[in-house]
Every structure is written in C-alpha cells, then in structure tokens.
Design a protein around this ligand. Sequence first.
Ligand SMILES: Nc1ncnc2c1ncn2[C@@H]1O[C@H](COP(=O)(O)OP(=O)(O)OP(=O)(O)O)[C@@H](O)[C@H]1O
Length: 370
Amino acid sequence: MSLSLDIRHRFAGFALDVALDTPGPGILALFGPSGSGKTTTVNAVAGLIRPDEGRVSVNGETLFDSHARVWVPPRRRRVGYVFQEARLFPHLTVHDNLLYGWRRAGRPFDQAGIDHVVALLGLGALLDRRPRTLSGGERQRVSIGRALLTAPRVLLLDEPLTALDGPRKDEILHYLERLRDETRIPIVLVSHSIDEVTRLADWMAVFNEGRLAAFGSVFDITARIDLFPMTGRFEAGVVLAATVAGHDRAHALTRLSFDGGELVVPGLDAPVGAVMRVRLRARDIMLALDPPERISANNAIAATIVEMRLDPGAFVEVLLQAGESRLIARITRYSMDRLGLKPGQQVHAILKTVTVERRSMAAGGEAQDL
Ligand SMILES: Nc1ncnc2c1ncn2[C@@H]1O[C@H](COP(=O)(O)OP(=O)(O)OP(=O)(O)O)[C@@H](O)[C@H]1O
C-alpha cells in the first residue's frame, strides 16, 4: 500500500500533528496510549473528520487536500472500517449483513467474491445466524467480512480485538494474518497491544500526545530502547526475522536461525526454510560474561553491548548487537554494577525456550525497508 498522511487538527485541549508515508505494502499499526490521536487519524482517512489542514492519500489517490481544496466524501472513499465492537444489524442474518456491505459498494452481484470472503474468514457455518447468537470473535469476523465486501481500497481496523478475551483474540489474529497474506488490501490497525502489533504489522507509527514519536518498520521500532517508555517496558522486546532451520520432533522443539545466531523455541508447525517473526521480550533475556555451561536455558547468543539505558527504578535496558540483529535485555542496575557491564563489552544473551510463547511467533518476515 501506500498511505500518505499529513494531518493537523485541533480539538479543545488536543492538537494532532501527524505526517507519515508508508513506503510499501503491508499492515500499518498506529500504536500508542489512550487519547494520543490514533482514532482521530483513522477518522481523517475515513473522512469522518475533516482535518483543519493537510493531506490524505491512499495508493496515490488524494482523498483530502486542504490547499488544493480536495474533499472526497466518506461514502465515496471506499474505506472499510471495523470498530472495536462489531456494529452489525441485529435483525439481519450473517449472510444479509455481509450482503449489505456488497450492496453499499454498488457492486454487481458476484457469488464467487462472496464465497471467497466467507472462506477466508471461516464464516460458512454462520451464514444463517443472527448477530446476537454469535460470540464476540465471530461477530468481529462478520464485520471484517462486511467491510471487505465493500471492495475497500484500504481497511481501517480500530482496536478490533480489544473487546475480546484471549482465545477469541487469537482466533481473529489468525484470520487477520490470512487477510494480510492473501489479499493485497492495505490495512491500518489501531492497537494498544504490542503483542498484536508485533505479530501483524509491518510498519509501526508510535503516537504520543497527538504527535508521532517514531515511525518505521516493526523490526526497527521494537529495537529502539529510547521508545521503551512509550512501547511499554514490561512487554517490550525486539522482533526478529528468523528462518526455520530444523525441528527436533523428539523434544518438540524448533531451531530458528537469524542473522546473529540460532534460537531453540517451542516446536512450530512450519516447514524448514519458512520465514518467521519472533518476539523476544527484554525481560526474558539475561546476560552472562562467560559462555554458560551446565545451564538449563537452551539459548546463549554471543553479542556486544551497544547502549544501556537506565530507567527511573531498579532496571536498565541493554541494547545488544548479534550479527546484523539487535536484542534487548532488561536487567537490574544491581546486575549491571555487579558484572561491571558497559558498552562495547562482549556478553552472552541467555534465553529460556519456555519464555518464547507460541503466540509470539508468526509467519512473515521483514517488509521492504524505508
Ligand atoms: N469529536 C471530538 N471532539 C473533541 N475532542 C475529541 C473528539 N474526538 C477526539 N477528541 C479528543 O482527541 C484526543 C485524541 O483522541 P483519539 O480518540 O484520537 O485518541 P486514541 O489514541 O484513538 O485513543 P484511544 O486509544 O483511547 O481510542 C482525545 O483527547 C479526545 O478526547
């Protein structure tokens, strides 16, 4: 996709000033705390607000330009919008809710197109049901299907998982991954959850008080320790692109290789050679000065300390370079002092296999560079 935004807008007590250009296809995540301007930005793309000033274009087509006096009204923008709570018509069946999207787009009837979306989102068994009989996850799948059937030029997903519990979230994440991989529709995903963002997104815009604190590939942004206060220290960690190198079926383990070493992770159902992304939380990585021996942790990656960043409390974030990859360890300041850690030093980053959750690994490598 290419999405190009340059938006300035004021509400009483809030000013949005955001500019970004996505350089290629993929999912763009708008990430940041509540009230930082994510929904306002998405609303500007959808045409639900008219920014005071700026420009919005999708795939080269200008939808808004305050200087050139361009304003494409929302109904003509071909934008699919999915909200936090599925907004389905309660009196219509799933099938008719889906068709509503189709009709709204004024498209000629095409059963094959509908069948494709039904199959993509696993809606076949639900078609005759009414929304109130569906689970939250199923309802959300229907609203994504309805949005897809409007033949959108961009799909806007505003916290589509927030109202769902853990298993339902995983279910939708799985369908969103399929959507990303099987359709070419650009997606903008608004999320508070670093977990969702790192699993799905290619590009990440970090919002803070109406401005962009950072914008770049998920791989680059998650490797920036200066952003940890905004990306959430507890859950923060790098995302690595890695390739499945082999399986140890007897122990239900998989070996991943990345530029910088190998990782032993819980067994994955992916063929050798498959490109994966894996999130390694900073708090799961410990540091040793010597190569560890007789230790239960399966991963010890040789790395060099690049930078250390003290947080206001007991901890320090340590940015590490291993080959071309970056890792981040979160340790105590006490450990830093005890081991005399400093930039330039060689260390071993130790990671227990059991800390790498299956849900933090997903298909998909790196999108093209900025
Ligand atoms: N129509 C409006 N009128 C006045 N203020 C508004 C309006 N819409 C949003 N705001 C304010 O703009 C700010 C940004 O809101 P926005 O919904 O874009 O944030 P957000 O990052 O999406 O937050 P959340 O994650 O909670 O949805 C907030 O302070 C909000 O109160």
